[in-house]
Structures are given as C-alpha cells and as structure tokens.
Design a binder for this molecule. Structure first.
Ligand code: ATP
Ligand code: MG
Length: 467
C-alpha cells in the first residue's frame, strides 16, 4: 500500500516536473526554470550536510517527496563558511512531514513548520510556500501599505524560491545528487559578493520591513555589497520598521548583535538610516564621542567571543548599550531626592521599561543587566573584606568584563575604570598573601573594613548586594 502511494507520487512528480505541488498549476507565475548546478561546479558535498538533515531529506525522498537543504546553509557552504543551522524545504505538508518522524513537532499555528529532532539537534522543515501574488484564497493578507500580515499559502518550489528575500538565500541543495537548484542567479551573486533582493525591492521591503534589517545583517555578516537597486528604497521605507512588533525587532537585532559581526552590522544599520526606530539609545551613544569607544569596545568584544566559539550574552550586550542612559537616569533620580541605592534601582527599572518599548527584550534578562550595573560601584572598594566577597559573587566575571570595557570610554566620569580594572586583574591573579598587599590602605582613610557604612555611593548601600 505504502509502496503504491510512493509510486503514484513519483509518477505525478514525473508528469508535473519536480516543482509541481498539490493544487498549483504554476500558471499564475512565469515558470522560472532553475539553473541546476552540478557538484563539479559548486563543490558542496553530501558530507558537508549535517547528518540529521541528511536523514530528513533521505526519509522524505524515500516517501516520494522533494527535499532540499535551503537558505542560509547552502549560502554559507558555498562561501566556505560553517552553516549555523540546516533548514529543509519540501513539498510534503506539515502533517505529512510529522507522520514520517517519530520525534517531530509542528511549530506555529497559522504558518506551520515542523521541527524534527535527532539527539540534541533540531532540523526545521518547511513546506514550499507561495509569494503573496499567488493569493487566490486570500490566505495571504496585506495591509493597505503593502505589509504582509500573514504568509501561509503552500506553493510549489518555483513559488517558494520567489518568496525568499535575497538571491543568495534562495538556493536549494539536493543531497541525493549533490546539485544546487538556483532560481534567481544566487550562485553568481554569491561569487560577486552581492546582496540582491528577489523581485522589486520596494515591494518586498513593504511586504516585510524586517527584510531591511536582514539586508544590513547579511551584508555585515557576509561582507557583501548591497546592490544599488536593493539599497535604494531603504532610506525612504525605514520608518515602516516602527510598525513591526518590538519582539520581532528584538529577535532580528539580537541576530545582528550576536552574529559575530556586530560592529560592522551596527555601522551598516547607521549607514542605511535604520537605527532610529530600533534602539534610539544607539543614536545618542554613537553620536557622543566619549561614549562611542565603549560601545564599540562592547561590540568588538562580543564579536571576538563569538568568532572564538565562546558564548556572548544578550544581557551583557544590553547592559552595555544602556549603561550611559542608566547613569544619566541614576543622577536624575538622586537629584530628585532619592538616596543613592534607591535612585539606582529606580533608574534601572525606568530605563529597562523605556527601552522595552523599542526592543522587547525578555524580562528574564533584567536581573543580569541589573546585577552587572549594580556591581560596578562595588569595584571601587578595594579595602578590607569587600574585595574578597566580591570575588565570590556569582556575577563577578560579567561585572569585571564590563568594568574592563568601561575603561575604553573617554567619558571623564569613566576614566577611573581603567585603573580599577587593572587593579582587579592583579587582585584576581594574586595569591592570598599578595592580595593582602594589594588592598588599598591609603589616604581615603579606609584603613579597615567597616562593618557599617552610613553613606556610600553604591546601590548596595541598603545592604542589597547586587540586584
Ligand atoms: P542565518 O545563517 O542567519 O540563519 P538564514 O538565511 O538561514 O541566515 P533565516 O532567518 O534562518 O536566515 O531564514 C532562513 C531562510 O528563510 C532565508 O535564507 C530566506 O530564504 C528565508 N527567509 C527568512 N526570513 C525571511 C523574510 N523575512 N522574507 C523572505 N524570506 C525570508
Ligand atoms: Mg538559518
């Protein structure tokens, strides 16, 4: 029975061609014939594909479905980079995909994709979809300004290629015969290192303004030039980003900031005029010559960590981006009469809430952001028992890394950070005897650890050790 179904599917595929998919006759679109590029010309081997993705394409194919590795993975392999993840595109519906794998789950309600799990890995399987013009059933919805509200009409492979954003992102790799199916000259663009929008750029940016951020991200990450016609409408359409839900902006911004190319990415955002509606704070810090070096240090350090295969935390990044805004608000709260510590915590809440309107970062990041900030004044105390206690703080490392980066700032208020960071570097490396000699017992009169402090400049004055 199963064999029979498979044979019928193969027969249908033969008659319709591999791009034929249930219900779509392809007449609504000019049939783009893909350029089918053999292994000898592109060099991507089956062995380059994640074993889990191979298993998925093999299973789908054995059942008579089309199955390709698609998008970023093909692009990255072509550019001799290590893909971040392997996505699969198929003509099987989400239900059909799910039925084939023991560990699989449909994600999303209207626009379903299927996650197939093997071991700790997840492979995303997406059914071919059609671009909005093919909308006979009004399942695509567009607002008056052309923004796409829904995007869940299944389609054939030609249509699926046309609804993707950039030509280099619309490459399909068939692990079975090691060919690349190239519908929009993506391989040629990859060679030229050009980012080119598929279709009319202005229309495609209107459909989904986030594509503008993606253009900046890919151009920074891949070192690609944004083709002139693709770039042209961005400046004018940039304000459309203000209508994108802040949670989606956060996801896309984090992809940019944690791509390993944040420094170039932020530069690109500014070059395209895309930063205003995203993180207004970025405007002010990058325009301030004293603040800019610190922000660049944060971005640079994050890039280095990621390029070295280390982790980088969104909370650390946000603590950096918002540091100066926090300090200004802290001063304002003190000026309004709140004691130091209360002013600091009030300022933290105000700044985080304010920024969340633009960039909906999850609340679970707040405690770490606050802790990194709250630790900063505590580094100033280099006498008595306090430095020893601070070394044991669970967030000491993040706080110390942050302090070191603050040393890059030329803000007069921050210059002491360099010397402090040096002291803490020595203190951490020292053994107990050396540590005792490092303790500061000088002019300020802080000869001994004081049990109680009537007044300090730190948020922990109330005894609240870090948020
Ligand atoms: P990365 O390496 O950063 O994951 P990627 O190209 O795989 O890059 P994803 O966001 O994972 O990017 O998306 C996978 C694919 O889905 C893209 O290559 C592109 O073909 C398509 N895609 C994703 N987002 C959009 C969008 N907003 N508009 C059109 N196509 C999109
Ligand atoms: Mg991807």
């Amino acid at each position: 029975m199963r064999e029979r179904t498979r044979m019928i599917r193969r027969f249908i595929r033969k008659v319709l061609g591999r791009t034929g998919f249930g219900g779509f006759d392809g007449t609504r679109h000019p049939q783009h014939e893909p350029r089918i590029i053999p292994h000898a010309q592109h060099g991507i081997s089956r062995d380059d594909i994640h074993p889990c993705a191979l298993k998925v394409t093999r299973t789908l194919r054995a059942e008579g479905y089309a199955a390709f590795v698609v998008g970023g993975a093909v692009r990255d392999l072509l550019l001799k980079r290590e893909p971040k993840d392997f996505d699969i595109a198929t003509d099987a519906t989400p239900d059909q995909v799910r039925a084939l794998f023991r560990r699989a789950r449909a994600i999303g309600r209207r626009f379903q994709i299927v996650h197939v799990y093997c071991g700790a890995d997840t492979i995303e399987v997406t059914t071919f979809r059609a671009p909005p013009e093919a909308d006979a059933d009004a399942l695509h919805q567009q607002a008056a300004d052309g923004m796409l509200l829904r995007d869940n009409v299944f389609g054939n492979q030609v249509e699926d290629a046309a609804r993707r954003d950039f030509t280099v992102n619309a490459l399909y790799y068939d692990p079975h015969d090691e060919t690349i199916w190239d519908y929009h000259e993506g391989v040629a663009d990859a060679k030229k290192r050009v980012l080119r929008m598929i279709g009319d750029p202005a229309t495609r940016f209107r459909e989904d303004p986030v594509r503008m951020l993606r253009a900046a991200r890919f151009s920074a990450k891949l070192g690609f030039h944004i083709e002139a016609a693709t770039r042209a409408p961005i400046a004018q359409l940039a304000p459309m980003l203000e209508r994108i839900p802040s949670a989606r902006i956060y996801d896309e911004m984090m992809k940019l900031l944690l791509s390993g190319h944040a420094e170039r990415g932020v530069h690109q955002l500014r070059a395209e005029g895309l930063h205003h509606g995203i993180l207004p704070i970025l405007d002010s810090v990058l325009d301030n010559p004293d603040h800019k070096p610190f922000i660049h240090a944060i971005l640079h350090d994050t890039d280095r960590r990621i390029q070295d295969g280390r982790s980088a935390s969104p909370a650390f990044m946000l603590a950096g981006l918002l540091w100066f805004a926090f300090k200004v608000e802290w001063q304002a709260q003190k000026a309004a009469g709140l004691p130091d510590s209360a002013a600091a915590y009030e300022a933290m809440d105000i700044i985080l809430e304010q920024q969340r309107k633009w960039l909906a970062f999850p609340r679970r990041l707040d405690p770490m952001i606050k802790e990194i900030w709250a630790l900063q004044p505590r580094f100033e105390f280099r006498n008595g028992a306090r430095p020893f206690r601070l070394l044991d703080h669970p967030r000491w490392r993040a706080g110390y890394d942050f302090l070191c980066l603050r040393g890059h700032s030329t803000d007069p208020d921050e210059v002491a950070a360099t010397e402090l960071a040096d002291w803490w570097t020595r203190f951490e490396a020292a053994d107990d005897a050396e540590r005792d000699t490092l303790l500061v017992t000088h002019a300020s009169g802080e000869h001994k650890p004081r049990r109680r402090r009537k007044r300090t400049n730190t948020p922990e004055a109330t005894g609240d050790e870090g948020a």
